[in-house]
Design a protein around this ligand. Sequence first.
Ligand code: PTJ
Length: 245
Amino acid sequence: MDIPVDHPRYQSLRIRERLAQAMQEGIVAPEGLCAHGRGESFDYLLGEETIPSAREAARCAAALFFAAKHPVISVNGNTAVLAASEIAALQKATRAMVEVGLFHRTDERVLMITDLLAAADVLVLGGEAERLLPLSHDRAFCLRHGIYEADLVLVPLEDGDRAGALAGLGKAVITVDLNPLSRTSRTATLPIIDEVTRALPLIASYAASMTPKEATAILDSMPDQAWFLQAALDTISQRLSHVLD
Ligand code: PTJ
């Protein structure tokens, strides 16, 4: 379909088109389109921009990466299609490992997503995934030398169960999810309530210039998870009451 450049929702329609195409190719799970729609609706409510508390969360995320010994970025189908080059930049800025971590896992999808990321210059961890996380179904699979041994895992657009299982294993869990009410956001050590293509470059830009002293100061005064969730909910409710006034 030809999307007219002057369409007021041009960018949004192009992204949908890209995801729909990637779904037909088998890279994005069909359920990923539902997840995207849910994300879009929360982005409307947040004003389709990075709110100040999400900017602060990105700064804290950069400090957590700085302090981590074995940080891993977990990438699923939606994230790979939306943000492959942003992941490459974040990997360079943080020296984190990148692992393909899927909810609807098949070897074929792991391979396609790995190729897509590699084409964007992401160094993707390889190896034999094992059933290591305390979860039923294939979400339990991950790499021993990747997510399983990580002390910090960044999980964009995740399902709550897996984020909870990672936190339960004692890892710091950073999530990127537009829904401040999702189980994912509520189980994270640090929830970033923002759109993934806005949040990842922000973390990368903070990480690129962070000094050890700054990282320590940020971590010493990092707000708790509830503060980030409440700030996003406050933004939504202010916007709603403003629109209705
Ligand atoms: O590729 P797979 O097999 O790993 O599957 C990926 C999906 C996304 C289908 C899977 O993880 C899933 O079902 O996720 P959920 O439980 O639907 O949660 C996805 C969350 O991401 C929702 O809360 C959405 O609001 C949020 N979301 C969607 N698009 C974006 C987003 N958050 C940030 N940026 C987005 N672009």
